[in-house]
Design a protein around this ligand. Structure first.
Ligand SMILES: Nc1ncnc2c1ncn2[C@@H]1O[C@H](COP(=O)(O)OP(=O)(O)OP(=O)(O)O)[C@@H](O)[C@H]1O
Length: 250
């Protein structure tokens, strides 16, 4: 489709409604390059979350044409796509007994899936692409702890300015700011190419919001593309801002 890292064309979202269909947006186009941070703003209810979930192929009411690094989204299974186009919701969902387990969860699930895939003969071309890809990201197939030892999690969190987060802490004992950063760290460690951050700094104090912005900024410097939905005042981190209003992106 293009040479952009990610491109979307003709994105349309229409919800079932008593009077027929309610169109949230129609025919939207969007491009983003590696290393960019784009803020997506607009009035409440204008469809910002619907657009991001459409990009992540998580929105059953949306359709359009998308590509990543020049490859059409249809070449990827939804799971393969979402590993590279990761959607981060506002409310962190932290599953595990402690922070280390929470961060390791994608590896644990991937290894389980890999074992399942290796035990079946349904190795289509797209599946084999997925296995190669995730081995390259996640390295080991032995166990979640082998693939992502505590020492790696610790050093990664420290490098993200999360020295205050104890790996042994139960997720329900984390503050809102810590929970937001753990959720973000878990997703960044899976190394997506495009991160879709849906109001991840909403409800945080200024200090924690700044920490989240710094983490995202460093990820972008390493080549990740980031789209942020934000309702806070501009923080100087975005490379550009786009507005979604009345179904139009400008
Ligand atoms: N699952 C759903 N079922 C019914 N209506 C929905 C659903 N999801 C979103 N909507 C509607 O679609 C429209 C767009 O919602 P969306 O959450 O995408 O907007 P938004 O711009 O992200 O809003 P906000 O800034 O308040 O989070 C709204 O009118 C909303 O009520």
């Amino acid at each position: 489709m293009s040479t952009h890292l990610f491109s979307a064309r003709d994105m349309t979202c229409a919800l079932p409604a008593p009077e027929g269909e309610k169109t949230i947006f129609r025919g939207l186009s969007f491009d983003i390059d590696a290393g960019e941070i784009v803020d997506l703003v607009g009035p409440s209810g204008s469809g910002k979350s619907s657009l991001l979930t459409a990009f992540a192929r998580l929105n059953p009411h949306a359709h359009g044409t998308m590509s990543l690094e020049g490859r059409a989204s249809a070449e990827f299974s939804p799971q393969q796509w979402r590993r590279m186009v990761a959607y981060l919701p506002q409310q962190p969902v932290l599953i595990g007994e402690n922070v280390a387990d929470v961060i390791r969860l994608p590896w644990t699930l991937a290894i389980r899936n890999e074992r399942h895939a290796d035990n079946t003969d349904a190795a289509s071309q797209s599946k084999s692409y997925g296995r190669r890809h995730h081995r390259s990201i996640w390295g080991s197939t032995h166990s979640g702890t082998d693939a992502l030892p505590d020492s790696t999690i610790r050093s990664t969190l420290d490098a993200m300015g999360c020295e205050d987060i104890d790996l042994a802490r139960a997720p329900h004992d984390l503050s809102g700011g810590q929970a937001a950063r753990v959720s973000l760290a878990r997703t960044l460690l899976t190394d997506p190419k495009l991160l879709l951050a849906d109001e991840v700094d909403a409800g945080l104090d200024d200090d924690n919001a700044a920490k989240v912005a710094t983490i995202l900024s460093h990820a972008a410097q390493r080549g990740m593309a980031v789209i942020r939905i934000r309702h806070r005042p501009p923080d100087g981190v975005a490379t550009r801002t786009v507005t979604l209003d009345k179904g139009v992106l400008r």
